[in-house]
Write a protein that binds this ligand. Structure first.
Ligand SMILES: NC(=O)c1ccc[n+]([C@@H]2O[C@H](COP(=O)([O-])OP(=O)(O)OC[C@H]3O[C@@H](n4cnc5c(N)ncnc54)[C@H](OP(=O)(O)O)[C@@H]3O)[C@@H](O)[C@H]2O)c1
Length: 276
């Protein structure tokens, strides 16, 4: 691996497990120092990925010979995001790469309650707001606190994480995913607007749009391991792996990503060829 990533610092939100964890590991493997984060310090064990975030950080450090720390917080809350970036500055310095993977459709009880079939006239406002907070607002708040570092240094990369649920007509969506679909589509548009804003400052901003990826949250939601084809969900023979997303994130942070900005890049096993 080239020295391109050496001494760069990457903050990957939502990296206590799942896609974010894989992105953090691949960036560490490439040579970056990495901050991993989730809301909770200790929920990894229950999701079947082994250890606490602090233990995971020590493991990543040892395995790849980079600096890695865990900084956890509720990233939909301004004061928590401020606390996290303060801790990051103190322990790791300015952030070169921000990957906003925190989010998802299952926010406490919100998923179950969010938008019922007749959402045109009935919905649970608190649940809808929670979905937007955990996806769009957390992304915007994290971008806001790293952009000053990037502007001061005239460099940086930002990657947001959208979803195929936020594309087209949300063909896989049902009454449990409508607010998630809307929240993710706003991340897609936010990414384009941010890329436009930062285009004169040497800061590429792109959005990775994952298809159906095998992570703890989707295993819980769909039951089982999702290694077999899921009818109607993917055009390829298998669902994606977290690494399928992580490879693209590493590419976008590397030399290949210098001239790519404002893009919404789907990594979905050709799902996009299936009409929404
Ligand atoms: N897996 C898929 O098929 C798929 C498809 C399309 C898009 N995505 C997107 O990819 C991202 C990761 O998905 P995943 O399947 O890996 O999910 P996951 O296994 O549930 O992991 C989500 C991560 O985000 C953290 N998180 C969630 N809300 C947060 C908040 N408000 N503040 C701070 N951290 C928060 C979680 O930490 P805690 O548990 O400690 O809160 C965890 O580390 C999500 O944005 C999801 O919408 C996933």
């Amino acid at each position: 691996m080239s020295d391109y990533y050496k001494n760069k610092t990457a903050w990957v939100t939502g990296s206590s497990r799942g896609l974010g964890r894989s992105i953090a590991e691949k960036l560490a493997e490439a040579g970056c120092n990495v901050i991993i984060s989730g809301r909770n310090q200790t929920n990894l064990r229950s999701s079947g990925e082994g250890n606490s975030v602090d233990e995971a950080a020590t493991e990543i450090s040892g395995k790849y010979g980079v600096r890695c720390i865990a900084v956890c917080g509720e990233l939909s809350r301004e004061e928590e995001v401020e606390r996290c970036i303060g801790e990051i500055h103190e322990k790791m310095g300015p952030v070169d790469y921000l990957v906003c993977a925190a989010g998802g459709g299952n926010v406490g009880t919100a998923l179950k309650k969010e938008l019922p079939q007749d959402y045109a006239s009935h919905f649970d406002l608190a649940s809808v707001k929670a979905i937007f907070d955990h996806n769009l607002i957390s992304t915007m708040l994290c971008c806001r606190v790293v952009i000053p570092d990037m502007l001061a240094r005239g460099s940086g990369r930002i990657i947001t994480v959208g979803s195929i649920a936020g594309c087209g007509g949300n063909k896989n969506g049902n009454d449990g995913f409508t607010a998630y679909s809307m929240a993710k589509s706003t991340i897609h548009q936010y990414t384009r607007l941010l890329a436009k804003k930062l285009r004169h400052d040497g800061i590429p901003v792109n959005c990775i749009i994952p298809g159906n990826i095998n992570t703890p949250s989707t295993r819980i939601r769909f039951g089982g391991d999702r290694e077999k084809p899921v009818e109607g969900l993917s055009r390829l023979e298998h669902v994606g792996k977290p690494e399928d997303i992580a490879h693209l994130a590493v590419f976008l942070c590397g030399p290949g990503g210098e001239y790519i900005s404002g893009q919404l890049i789907r990594v979905d096993g050709a799902e996009q060829l299936s009409p929404c």
